[in-house]
Ligand binder design. Sequence first.
Ligand code: PAF
Length: 282
Amino acid sequence: MQTIETISTLRSEINLWRQQGLKIAFVPTMGNLHQGHIALIKKATQVADKVVASIFVNPMQFGANEDIDNYPRTMAADQEKLLNAGCDLLFTPTPALIYPKGLDKQSYVEVPNVSDGYCGESRPGHFRGVATVVCKLFNLVQPDIACFGLKDYQQVQVIQTMVEDLSMPIEIVPVETVRENSGLALSSRNNYLTAEEKAIAPALSQNIQWLAKEIQNSNDFIGLAKKAASAIDSVGMKTDYIHICHARTLEPASEDDKELVILAAAHCGKARLIDNLQVKLT
Ligand code: PAF
């Protein structure tokens, strides 16, 4: 696996593959890789001939109150994991390469509606930063396919909408969330949890599952979501939001909707954890 830091080398390597007619899958990441990322790489190896990953801790998607400097950076271990998972090329640009004019003068991509609520409300500007960097990375790598983890369900909808709205010729492949045995979704943020916090954190996924069962028999979506939030708070977490939404538009679910998603976020100690579950009503 090659690690490439410059745009010219990235483009020439990828052009060689294109000339050979090879199909390219791309997995953008911010590093500090865990089994959830590895599942993305494995999926990418199944759907394409060549796999490109990127590691870039994107300053544009961090809020002023979010500590980008302390975001875990584990490049050597990440390279080893990518190599073992079958990645062919790793792109590791610097912020100066991606944003040479600085963030203030950078053009950006804003994806309306799906970016607005939930994590978009709790983290203003976050999805603008995600859409902009992913658009830019797509233009650099020009993949046929890109794989994203469903743990970040709203992010997947933002990217899918961007690709459709801007006619990008890229297939987005969502990949199932990888979980610990306790049900806790794998996330780099789990590193911030103490042993006590780790013991209570599965309450997030447990209550989402409870809610998924309840809404099969009742359309009191708001009342049931409030109950789930109280149950999450009762173990010592602090619910940021828990909502039942239309699976594609992310609008609050109406009585007639059948394809739903439960989206939730909760603070657990220093970590803000997110999780979700897609639900089909019968
Ligand atoms: O999911 C992530 O790790 C990031 O939001 C992404 C997609 C790599 C963009 O920086």
